[in-house]
Every structure is written in C-alpha cells, then in structure tokens.
Design a protein around this ligand. Structure first.
Ligand code: 5GP
Length: 120
C-alpha cells in the first residue's frame, strides 16, 4: 500500500495548512472536521505515513498503535464525551467511502447519534 504524502492530512501534520487543533502528543494529532456531522466531530490521525486501518495495523510499530489508540481515548475524554457517550468511525477503502488516504478516526458526539448505520 503506497502512501502519498501530498494528502490533506499529511499537509496538516506538516503544518502546511491550518487546522482547529484539539490535542497533540508524540503519536497523534486531533482537530475539528471541516464539515462537522455532529455538534462534536473531531478527527484523530496518527503521526506516521499510514493510508488506512489495514495499512496501520499491518505496518505500524506497537508503540505507535498503542499510543495512537490511547490518544483517541484521551481526546474523547478531553472533549467531555465520556459521560454522554460518543461514536468512533474509521472508513477504510472504497466501500466505506474513505476520502482522505491518511488513517483517521472520526469522533462524533454531543447529541443522540441514532442507529449505527442508515438502512440500505
Ligand atoms: P473520510 O470520508 O475519509 O472518512 O473522512 C474525511 C473527512 O475529512 C471528512 O469528514 C471531511 O469533512 C474531512 N476533511 C477533508 N478535508 C479537510 C480539511 O482540509 N480539514 C479538516 N479539518 N477536515 C477535512
């Protein structure tokens, strides 16, 4: 799986384009989605060249996998979502309609989110 470092999240990681940052540590950067689908809609990306969840879980070092998932939990906590609840979403590949080819976890919250998927 080839990582293209011209993708928009790579550019955000390099500081080439701005984001509304909510969290950063050695493993992850979190920022508000530019087109929020819920009162809280934050993206958490790993600091490394991983296209998607398949690529990340196959290739990333364990320290980054652990650090990244801890960061996802920390971001949700920092956003105040633990008591009310929240939803994580990771689109992976074509059927899931992944648009940006740098792994990202969506965190949604701030309202009742309804059923997991629309019925097709
Ligand atoms: P995907 O469909 O790949 O899971 O989600 C990509 C997400 O990235 C979308 O929710 C979209 O609104 C968001 N997005 C795309 N470009 C930008 C950007 O330049 N800045 C931010 N903050 N979010 C973006």
């Amino acid at each position: 799986m080839t990582y293209d470092d011209s993708n928009i999240f790579a550019r955000i990681l390099r500081g080439e384009i701005p984001c509304k940052k909510v969290y950063e540590d050695d493993f992850a950067l979190a920022f508000h989605d530019i087109q929020p689908r819920a009162p809280v809609h934050v993206l958490v990306i790993p600091k490394g060249p991983y296209v998607c969840m398949a690529d990340f879980t196959a290739q990333a070092p364990e320290s980054l996998i652990a650090g990244y998932f801890r960061a996802v939990g920390a971001v949700a906590r920092q956003l105040g979502l633990e008591d009310s609840g929240y939803r994580l979403l990771v689109n992976t590949g074509g059927d899931a309609h992944q648009e940006v080819a740098h792994l990202h976890v969506h965190i949604f919250g701030g309202r009742k989110l309804g059923p997991m998927l629309a019925k097709s």
